[in-house]
Write a protein that binds this ligand. Structure first.
Ligand code: E4P
Length: 230
């Protein structure tokens, strides 16, 4: 799995799909808004279907946009009909710490055959309980964890260990990238997947010394051709 793209921008997704270096896409309402997806549910539906078709069979996460339990179930059921490879993102709890969301996650995964990505988590203990509830993906926002002064790598390592020890199926997605080095660092700490903003993927590929080397190779090849031609 390894790399997902954290964006709603179709041209960016197309670009990195062609290179064969991404294995899924994650979105949330903030990302879609930043990617120019405005116009309510219809716009989210269109963007999600376009992305899901483009990346098939790789997964796309689409976030539930309500905190009302019945509406959450309705949205989850609706979003999952848009494409086979769509999973729904549900936050670990409500805006004031309400505990009902894990019940929704459990019902969707076990009774409705809908894949869930439990999101907005900051710790291994949250991820562990989301995995116990049956989530397919458990998402920790490691950049936000680091911003609070904690070391996200410790949480990732702890989470991976309990998932493996208890043979839980959930895959760990680490999001909220802040620096290019986060990607390899978080995969090394035990993440199954890091979801990366497009600008960091480009920065992972391009190195100034590689540039200089390629320029030198091309110049020398040209010189060699000229010498042969003489
Ligand atoms: C991941 O799934 C989230 O969408 C995202 O990475 C959150 O990142 P942020 O902290 O930069 O908003």
């Amino acid at each position: 799995m390894a790399i997902f793209l954290d964006t709603g921008k179709i041209e960016e997704i197309e670009k990195y799909m062609k290179m064969g270096i991404i294995r899924g896409v994650t979105t949330n309402p903030t990302i879609l808004l930043r990617s120019g997806v405005t116009g309510g549910k219809e716009a989210i539906k269109k963007a999600s279907i376009d992305i899901a078709n483009l990346i098939k069979p790789y997964p796309l996460s689409v976030e539930i946009t309500t905190n009302d339990l019945l509406e959450m179930m309705d949205q989850a059921r609706e979003f999952s009909t848009w494409a086979d490879n769509i999973n729904v993102k549900i936050t670990i709890h409500g805006p004031n710490g309400e505990l009902d969301n894990l019940g929704v996650v459990h019902a969707l995964e076990t009774k409705h055959d809908i894949r869930v990505n439990v999101t907005a988590m900051m710790s291994a203990q949250q991820g562990f309980l989301a995995a116990m509830a049956g989530a397919t993906f458990v998402s920790i926002f490691a950049g936000r964890v680091n911003n609070m002064g904690y070391n996200a790598c410790i949480e990732i390592k702890k989470l991976r260990k309990v998932l493996d020890d208890f043979d839980l199926k959930a895959k760990i997605i680490i999001g909220s990238t802040r620096e290019v080095l986060n990607i390899i660092e978080w995969l090394g700490a035990g993440a199954h997947i890091v979801t990366v903003v497009p600008k960091f993927l480009e920065a992972m590929i391009v190195h100034p010394y590689s540039k200089e080397t390629v320029q030198q190779f091309l110049m020398d090849a040209k010189k060699a051709e000229e010498m042969l031609g003489k």
